[in-house]
Design a protein around this ligand. Structure first.
Ligand SMILES: [Ca+2]
Ligand SMILES: [Ca+2]
Length: 465
């Protein structure tokens, strides 16, 4: 009832267009869609300072890096609920695998083959207003893809940087209410004295009572400064990023940190109802296998605002195709650019191995951000020389010295995706956010020459798995 009252007080608009939205607005795109809060752009320090007594450098919450999110985006006001996820399962027939790590009085905290997202033991009877749990990263991805389909909007998971930015909401303390785990109970459902009475987990609880020994319905505690609920505690939230043990090398523009070859473990954030207080902190990253299901693992959604190109910037991404020939008609209308790789040391053994790809990936495209008003561009790996020839190469697709990328301007990056997909192209990683960087190429280093002769240095932005 508390939840319903809170929701009634924030009238959400069923938005047809994102024009005119500003930070703090609440948006709901369809009956079964989660409510979203529009977040402002901003800059923040990601991670925990070395001086913090709780800092866990082994787990990868340091060193601190400055991240600038120069775009507004929308984030789920609440964790995705069981009811919302159920609507997705009903509409699509999506199957969530059984077996989930749950608490059983006889077996303790164990991988129970009979537990599932619909029976995850805690709570004893799950309701629609509880956050969904016992779902894997793949299940979360399937859900956001479905939302994108039914709404026509760009739903996705949050990047880890976006998640931390959203959770901090302008604060710099270890929790969004301050530094004390003992004050958690007004703001978050964590492992508290109520939980400790019911579940004998071998770690200390927060020294307060939040009223929930295990899972709580979403939205029962005070929100953070952005109006987001349960950013700490209740369920852990899957992010788009691959887990890394450090923030060194992390993208600084809010984009997800992922490897071209994929990764086995993704980052979960925010802690959960049974986690120890030191894990119920904004910056502490979980590192969890992609198919892991746990009673306290759920997620939250994000959505991009507007259409690509609205503000002159586009998303950064990597994609692969299995047949270059098929995409020739697409390139025919494109304006030619050339990226030249001049460094003879580039493309050495170590680099080649770090980007070995799956069988069947023969040509490599990279998405590039625009130089000023140039607009969306895509790069195609090919030979150097007057006549550009696409290269189809087994194994590593990284350009080597003497090769180049043909970079072409496209009218609409998402129309391009659809066209490529219709041609049977496998897209390894869909664009996930706007980027304000002048030029960036995922996984590459080299030099870009724009048509008017401007030379731009391109930085390598990923680090391999
Ligand atoms: Ca609790
Ligand atoms: Ca949470």
């Amino acid at each position: 009832m508390i939840l319903l009252a809170a929701m009634a007080l924030s009238p959400a608009v069923l938005a047809q267009s994102d024009e005119g939205l500003s930070a703090g607005d609440v948006v709901k795109d369809c009956d079964d869609c989660p409510e979203l809060v529009v977040l402002p752009s901003g800059t923040f320090m990601m991670g925990t300072p070395i001086s913090d007594r709780e800092v866990d450098l082994v787990r990868g919450e340091g060193p601190q890096v400055k991240v600038t999110i120069d775009y507004m985006f929308a984030v789920g006001k609440f964790e995705v609920t069981h009811g919302q996820f159920k609507a997705f399962v009903k509409a699509t027939g999506h199957v969530v695998k059984d077996e989930c790590r749950v608490w059983n009085d006889d077996a303790g905290f164990n991988n129970d083959p009979t537990a599932s997202w619909q029976d995850r033991r805690q709570p004893k009877r799950v309701k629609g207003v509880h956050p969904v749990g016992c779902v894997s990263w793949n299940d979360a991805k399937a859900y956001v893809d479905w939302l994108a389909q039914v709404s026509g909007k760009r739903y996705r998971l949050l990047s880890e940087a976006e998640w931390e930015y959203a959770a901090r909401a302008g604060t710099t303390t270890s929790r969004f209410w301050g530094n004390s785990s003992g004050q958690a109970c007004a703001w978050a459902n964590t492992f508290d004295l109520d939980g400790a009475e019911e579940y004998p987990f071998p770690w200390f609880p927060a020294t307060c009572r939040d009223g929930y020994a295990d899972l709580a319905p979403v939205g029962q505690f005070k929100p953070n400064n952005f109006g987001l609920y349960d950013m700490i505690g209740n369920v852990w939230e899957w992010t788009e990023d691959c887990w890394a043990a450090t923030h060194v090398g992390r993208p600084r523009d809010g984009s997800a940190w992922k490897w071209d070859v994929g990764c086995d473990r993704h980052t979960t954030r925010g802690g959960g109802w049974l986690s120890a207080p030191e894990r119920n902190r904004i910056a502490w990253p979980g590192r969890d296998p992609i198919e892991k299901r746990n009673t306290q693992f759920g997620f939250r959604v994000a959505r991009d605002l507007g259409e690509v190109g609205d503000d002159g910037s586009i998303r950064r991404m990597t994609l692969f195709t299995s047949d270059v020939e098929l995409s020739k008609s697409f390139w025919a209308d494109a304006m030619g650019y050339r990226v030249t790789f001049e460094d003879p040391a580039f493309g050495g053994e170590e680099t080649a191995e770090s980007l070995s790809l799956d069988d069947g990936n023969r040509a490599h495209f990279v998405m590039m951000t625009p130089a000023n008003d140039v607009g969306p561009m895509i790069g195609l790996l090919g030979s150097s020389g007057d006549e550009f020839k696409p290269i189809e190469r087994e194994g590593t697709q990284r350009p080597r010295a003497g090769e180049s990328l043909l970079v072409v301007k496209v009218p609409d990056i998402f129309a391009t995706f659809e066209a490529l997909e219709a041609m049977g192209v496998r897209i390894a990683s869909k664009p996930s956010r706007l980027s304000g960087q002048m030029t960036s190429v995922v996984g590459y280093a080299g030099t870009v020459y724009t048509p008017d002769g401007m030379r731009i240095n391109v930085q390598q932005v990923d680090s391999g798995g």
